[in-house]
Ligand binder design. Structure first.
Ligand SMILES: Cc1cc2nc3c(=O)[nH]c(=O)nc-3n(C[C@H](O)[C@H](O)[C@H](O)COP(=O)(O)OP(=O)(O)OC[C@H]3O[C@@H](n4cnc5c(N)ncnc54)[C@H](O)[C@@H]3O)c2cc1C
Ligand SMILES: NC(=O)c1ccc[n+]([C@@H]2O[C@H](COP(=O)([O-])OP(=O)(O)OC[C@H]3O[C@@H](n4cnc5c(N)ncnc54)[C@H](O)[C@@H]3O)[C@@H](O)[C@H]2O)c1
Length: 467
């Protein structure tokens, strides 16, 4: 059995930087990866989808140019070229990462599925079906998650797509039905609608993004509907089957009404399930929770000393930056002799539809539920000079302000570059700036950032009565 200082199972968003950091400290590291170096983010997640978001935006802009005399002789994109560009970007990142790992003499990459064969012992099934046994003082589980396939009658009888297989399509779906109305669904819905597909979202909740404030969910619904995405909410899928005309028939029960919708393709985007069942965790004593996630404490320690879980496999929030931050926490604790924890991390996130939703901190609903004394500053994107000049005015910016401290408690930004504007306010929150300081800060004109001056103008602030 070969001994390392650390074994990382899964080449995810925490494991790769952790490996590099460990070798800088003189440690010998084994990375075990069953599919592609770079994990979900690089291969099936952020990188390909945000490339497609960018390409879909280019298409919209090209069509818009016809308003100003640039006449296209064809507004249907060549999907093969789109795929090619997406694959190039994915390869660029995957290969870059792979090379950086392989070049490091203290990192050994094992391509194969890893599972525990004992406490801190990992067995890797290699391409020739032989097993390699390795052991280390530290074992990091960074195996992520995969699309969750719901138990819907007839689903397995059709050729449905997931967020992974949809990336391999070599044609543009004529009518894409999407089961689920979360992050994956919204981003793909707009991408394919902009490319020319008819798109229908079927979401079981009464509105999109139910954890967000109602005005946020409604505005996102409106934005997508204006582009022609059909959205069916409060709907459950009763059955799925192949229709005689070669289409996929989806039987829906929505607000007591039952009907069948037919599409050419079905994307299942109903959440994610952790990659834990193949790990043989019982060999270590680790028990998963009811949904298969690995429970960890605030220091990312599992119940077994020296075995840690990072990223999505520990139960989210499932974002690349959260996984990357898990690496920071572990590196500080294990290598820098600091005490760092994931407790009370304020987690920013974005939904990359266009315009973007950028979010951080408390929602208005949460502030009410917590009985806080707060005000809401809210301003439409159509009041931002830059947005008017660019011609993209959907959305709004909203901030929750603590009435006593005048500091920002939370932000929702739906506007072009909404993620960047949210990040600016995130930094203001970190620095404890008051809304008055932000209102009076000089920002360059005409940037989106300048909207912050106006947002915190008294005309846009409404105090909320404490419950
Ligand atoms: C379509 C889509 C779009 C997304 N867009 C964004 C976005 O814009 N921004 C954002 O922040 N997040 C986004 N996410 C979420 C983000 O991709 C994940 O949160 C992130 O990749 C999680 O990283 P991780 O470190 O948990 O591991 P992952 O990146 O999931 O990697 C885990 C790795 O472990 C490997 N593995 C699993 N089991 C084993 C085993 N037994 N042995 C060896 N290897 C194994 C897997 O093959 C995989 O390579 C998106 C997700 C999807 C699906
Ligand atoms: N921009 C980003 O950062 C980004 C993008 C994509 C994914 N992600 C991450 O990946 C995670 C998974 O994304 P996701 O969209 O698959 O999951 P999700 O949990 O965000 O959304 C799933 C949606 O499907 C609905 N649903 C569940 N079962 C259903 C059914 N049978 N019929 C109809 N609707 C059903 C749920 O009510 C929910 O709204 C996200 O939560 C997010 O953390 C992030």
């Amino acid at each position: 059995m070969e001994r390392f200082d650390a074994i990382i199972i899964g080449s995810g968003q925490a494991g790769n930087p952790l490996a590099k950091r460990l070798t800088r400290e003189g440690k010998r590291v084994a990375i075990v990866e069953s599919v592609y170096i770079g994990g979900t983010c690089v291969n099936y997640g952020c990188t390909p989808t945000k490339t497609l978001v960018g390409l879909a935006k280019n298409i919209v802009q090209a069509r818009k140019a016809s308003d100003y005399g640039i006449i296209l002789n064809n507004d249907v994109p060549d999907y093969k070229l789109i795929n090619q560009r997406k694959n190039e970007v994915v390869s660029y990142y995957r290969e870059g990462l792979e090379n950086r790992l392989i070049e490091d003499p203290n990192i050994t990459v094992y391509h194969g599925k890893g599972k525990f064969s004992g406490y801190k012992e990992v067995s890797v099934q290699q391409a020739d079906l032989s097993f390699k046994l390795i052991t280390a003082d530290w074992v990091f589980i960074n195996t992520g998650a995969r699309p969750r396939i719901p138990d819907i009658d007839g689903l397995q009888s059709v050729n449905f797509l997931t967020s992974e297989t949809i990336l391999d399509l070599e044609y543009l779906p004529e009518h894409l039905i999407i089961a689920g109305g979360g992050y994956v669904a919204l981003e793909f819905a707009q991408i394919f609608r902009r490319m020319g597909s008819q798109v229908t979202i079927i979401e079981k909740s009464a509105r999109l993004l139910p954890k967000e404030d109602e005005d946020v969910g409604l505005e996102i619904t409106r934005i997508l509907e204006v582009e022609g995405v059909q959205i069916v909410m409060d709907a459950s899928i009763k059955r799925v089957g192949a229709s005689t005309d070669g289409r996929i028939a989806v039987e829906i029960l929505s607000t007591q009404q039952s009907y069948t919708l037919k599409g050419t393709d079905l994307l299942v985007a109903t959440g994610r399930t952790p990659n834990t069942e193949d790990l043989d965790l019982l060999k270590t004593g680790i028990m998963v929770d009811g949904k298969g996630f690995i429970p960890v404490n605030d220091y990312l320690e599992t119940t077994e000393l020296g075995i840690y879980a990072l990223g999505d496999v520990k139960g989210g929030p499932a974002f690349t930056h959260v996984s990357y931050h898990d690496y920071i926490v572990l590196a500080e604790n294990l290598l820098d002799k600091k005490i760092s924890s994931i407790h009370n991390r304020i987690i920013p996130y974005c939904v990359f539809i266009d315009p973007e939703l950028g979010r951080i901190g408390l929602t208005e609903k949460e502030a009410v539920e917590m009985g806080l004394d707060f005000s809401v500053a809210k301003m439409n994107t159509s009041s931002i000079a830059r947005a008017v000049e660019i011609g993209e005015t959907s959305g709004f910016i909203k901030a929750i302000i603590d009435n006593k401290t005048k500091k920002i408690l939370g932000v929702a930004v739906i506007c072009p570059n909404g993620g960047e504007l949210m990040s600016l306010l995130e930094v203001a929150m970190m620095g404890g700036l008051t809304y008055e300081q932000l209102r009076d800060t000089m920002f360059a004109h005409p940037t989106y950032a300048e909207a912050i001056n106006n947002l915190f103008h008294p005309a846009h602030i409404k105090p909320k009565a404490k419950l």
